[in-house]
Design a protein around this ligand. Structure first.
Ligand code: CTP
Length: 469
């Protein structure tokens, strides 16, 4: 999707956008996205209520569900600052939007440029920043987030927090925020054990600040060990996620779900590929719905132009073989749903260089079959998910072809849909599906009316929840 540039708007429009964004507690960019989404999707694109036989979702989707949780990561000035760079990646892996702020001391260890490259957003460093898109920058940075993480939290930064100082951007944000704050202390063991630090820790705990670590271990200083090592990025990311997504409630709480979505791209040469018309919308909608139902969802997607669904870990891949490799590393899971339109063939002799036109005619493209991801996982002897669901994209003899696919591939359910051009399913927003379930050798067919892809997703998730309950 094209990036949004709000600088080219006139000042009045910018001011009213800022006001609107502030009222909604969103960034200006998020507000513009919201306006565009409303404009394209319309106030309510929902069709008439689905028929009674369709499993009902546990609750309806809200527009907020499409917004990622946001962390403002304040990087303090300690040797552990380099680990904060890995933390950015770990948070993003969990579907969390990260915006970085660096203290002056932190910039002695890592650069704002690296942090902004990893976060995909500029890194903020100065309290008085003429370039900032934000009016009263520290106030917006303090509020336009769901959680503030301080990593590493140095002894000095903690002392300032405990005292309520606000003499730089980081401390001003921490003083101005009304959002939860998680800090990951990192310092020499003697500094951690010092009475002044202990007083500050106790004060911060009383102020409602959450702590992760410090751990015990080797220090950067030679021959020193003890308590003071910053927690590992994975531990900090897990603690942040626990605050951002506190209770996994809902019918799929505690379940792990793996979903594939989108097309795959099979290279012909570095600039050309074989693909299909899948938009990925149905798989993404299922991932969003499963996450809303409390599941721990990982989505492995081929190339699509869709935002990550809220609360879903998204892994982007290109080819069928990349997709299979990712899927295999994610097992075991409780439920696997294969909604991807995987390319059946790839070019055996894909070129390293762009294939040029020659007078000797067309280049010979030899095709070989791709691995069948659904069949591979369904037939696993070890780590086969207890419930494996495939899709059947058909243009004719829908039920007959889907039934034989269900048996041939060895999955438990098949969601059959008509993808002939007249149906408008490929790339469209609606779908008409039949869910075929295999019980011993009997196939039961559940036919649902035409619905939006979100409604199909909710109904499928409700059916899964009812089955595994
Ligand atoms: N699938 C897969 N790996 C492949 C091909 C398909 O995992 N290499 C999965 C799809 O994600 C879907 C199911 O198998 O869940 C059926 O895909 P579909 O495209 O309908 O069928 P194909 O197996 O490709 O068979 P055909 O093209 O003959 O209809």
């Amino acid at each position: 999707m094209a990036s949004l540039t709000v600088r080219k708007l006139d000042e009045d429009l910018k001011a009213s956008l800022r006001l609107r964004a502030a009222r909604a507690g969103r960034s200006v960019e998020d507000e513009v996205r919201m306006i565009l989404r409303e404009a394209t999707e319309g106030p309510s694109a929902a069709p008439a209520s689905p028929a009674r036989s369709v499993p009902q979702p546990h609750r309806s989707r809200t527009s907020a569900a499409t917004t990622l949780p946001r962390v403002t990561l304040i990087i303090g000035g300690g040797i552990a600052a380099y680990k904060a760079l890995d933390l950015i990646r770990r948070l993003k892996d969990r579907g969390i939007h990260v915006r970085c702020v660096m203290t002056r001391a932190a910039q002695q260890f890592v650069t704002p440029l690296t942090a902004s490259a990893l976060a995909d957003e500029r890194c903020y460093t100065d309290l008085f920043d003429a370039q900032s898109e934000f009016d009263a920058g520290h106030i917006r940075l303090a509020r336009d987030t769901d959680l503030i993480v301080v990593a590493p939290a140095t002894a000095d930064l903690m002392a300032k927090m405990a005292q309520g100082h606000a003499d730089d951007l980081a401390t001003a944000i921490l003083l101005a925020t009304n959002r939860p704050v998680l800090i990951a202390p990192a310092m020499n063991p003697l500094m951690w054990a010092n009475a002044a630090t202990k007083r500050n820790v106790a004060q911060l705990a009383r102020d409602g600040i959450a702590f992760i670590g410090p751990n015990s271990g080797e220090m950067a200083e030679a021959n020193e060990a003890g308590v003071g090592r910053m927690s590992e990025p994975l531990e900090i990311a897990a603690a942040a996620e626990a605050i951002l997504r506190p209770r996994a409630t809902g019918p799929l709480a505690g379940k792990t779900i793996l979903i594939t979505a989108g097309p795959t791209h099979e290279p012909i040469d570095p600039v050309r590929y074989i693909a299909n018309r899948s938009s990925g919308k149905q798989g993404f909608a299922i991932a969003a719905s499963a996450a809303e139902a409390g599941a721990d969802v990982t989505l492995v997607s081929g190339p699509v132009d869709l935002d990550d669904p809220a609360g879903v870990r998204v892994i982007r891949v290109e080819s069928a073989r990349d997709m299979l490799a990712q899927v295999e590393t994610l097992l075991p899971v409780d439920i696997a749903i294969f909604a991807a339109a995987v390319a059946d063939w790839r070019v055996a002799n894909a070129g390293d260089q762009k294939i040029k036109k020659t007078s000797s005619g067309m280049p010979p493209l030899e095709l070989v079959e791709n691995p069948d991801i659904l069949a591979t996982v369904s037939k696993l002897k070890q780590n086969r998910p207890p419930l494996v669901i495939g899709f059947a994209a058909e243009t004719q003899n829908l039920i007959e072809n889907a039934t034989s696919k269900l048996k041939r591939k060895g999955c438990d359910w098949i969601v059959a849909n008509d993808v002939s051009p007249a149906s408008g399913v490929m790339g469209g927003d609606r779908n008409t599906v039949h869910v075929l379930t295999l019980d011993k050798s009997n196939v039961a067919i559940d036919s649902w009316p035409v619905m939006t892809k979100e409604e199909v997703a909710d109904a499928l998730v409700a059916k899964i929840a009812a089955t595994i309950a």
